[in-house]
Design a protein. Sequence first.
Length: 510
Amino acid sequence: MTAAMTATLFQRLSAAAAAATHRRFSLDVSSQLLRTRGYVHGRWVSAPSDFPVLDPATGMEIARVSDCGPEDAKRAVDSAYSAFYEWKQYTAKERSLLLRKWFNLMTQHKDNLARLITFECGKPLKESLGEIAYAASFLEWFSEEARRVYGDVVPPPIKDRRILLLKQPVGVTSVITPWNFPSAMITRKVGAALAAGCTAVLKPAEDTPLSALALAELAEQAGIPAGVFNVVPCSREMAASVGRVLCTDPLVAKISFTGSTATGKMLLKMAADTVKRVSMELGGHAPFIVFDSADVDQAVNGAMASKFRNSGQTCVCSNRFLVQSGVYERFVAKLGAAMDAQLRMGHGSEADTTQGPLINARAAEKVGQQIDDAVSQGAKVLRGGRRLHGSFMEPTLLVDVTADMLCVREETFGPLVPVIRFDTEEEALALANASNVGLAGYFYSQDISQIWRVSEALEVGLVGVNEGLISTAEATFGGVKESGMGREGSKYGVDEYLEVKYVCMGGLNV
Ligand code: NAP
């Protein structure tokens, strides 16, 4: 399968002349949604220079975006701070209605928004449409949650007192997001923040500023007041100085970050000086366990869904496949066959593509290194294994993998399936929990006692039992260990943007 797949890919991408490729894969999005300047206090602002946004499938420039600097970030923080005093006075119902309008506009413009994702991040269009539905669902969910931020009236221990616990917005929130979900990582945070009555300054990833700016355009159309949501796009060179303002300015009360554990640790250190509230959604290293009791076909379907979405570039992608001896051969054979039948590489805008490129050459190199390391230590390549044109990487199936190989020790963020054989449940749990991070974990079993035991023993924040795709606005999202702190989505998501204030009313004649 891989030879055919590779040949097709080269015909599609390498053989075409650059100009023809450009014509064939042109962004073609409504100009109103193609915003290329920063968005501060309800205005589109230029910067002295700009940076290119590249289509990772072709390497071609699709837009140039204002490279906002620390001064722009400071202006955005000041704007969010002044807007906060107005926004928090809006009734919960007024905030709810504005978030709902924003949701409606996202839904109305879903096709254009999905094309932006496909062109700046490489995701197949079908997945981009899925991301837009998922991203919009957070605005819908938090528009509903905005009206359910209840405090408490607590029975007092002293007769003439009354005790109230009020929930109040924390204030200006700095939001820093990655490229792999250019829309959903924004709405999951900003939806909750705005519902709570906070205002926000967003720094999107260098690779994917267009989706963020399109969201700002729609926020404006929805009537969200100036300063409530600001966007400061910037290049990687500028990220540290912009990040410093967002993480140290005394007017910022809260930092909400999604990205790598290494960056998260840096931001946490910066947050410490002014004791900011933090939510950190960091890296994962998900185990995917198939027990002898599993329905193997179901496990193969789950593996395909949880591994190959966004070409393996999601923080909840399965990263280590642990398969019990009794079903090992069957699982590996069926997974290989499913990869042959279902995976097709190409430009994300083409209807039959399921596997786009990785975000850049560095990402493809990392996967290549993990494969080389595993092979040098005795692993066998059953499918794929090669890096192709640009940042395309063949979906790869490795067997005879052992725990000391790089691909088992590090997050891959690419289309690599390393399979480890195990004999006992204890062994599987020890392997699964031998990680300094713990975001998602999946396992397949038809044994109800085993399902309870393993669900409770896995050291992760999200567990998929006989299910490979589990993210939804209604449930919590967040990790344990170095996968971060805090929970997004669900009824708990809005708490991340609220303080609890105790009010004691004393001396009452009651
Ligand atoms: P990253 O390098 O940490 O980048 C994430 C964001 O942080 C980008 O906007 C980046 O800007 C910015 N950034 C980098 N250095 C900064 C600094 N010094 N100050 C302020 N901002 C800075 O992560 P990534 O490689 O793009 O994303 C992949 C990682 O994210 C993976 O580890 C994945 O597991 C994790 N992730 C986690 C979740 C979750 O919910 N837990 C979801 C998705 C992804 P530039 O783009 O300009 O570098």
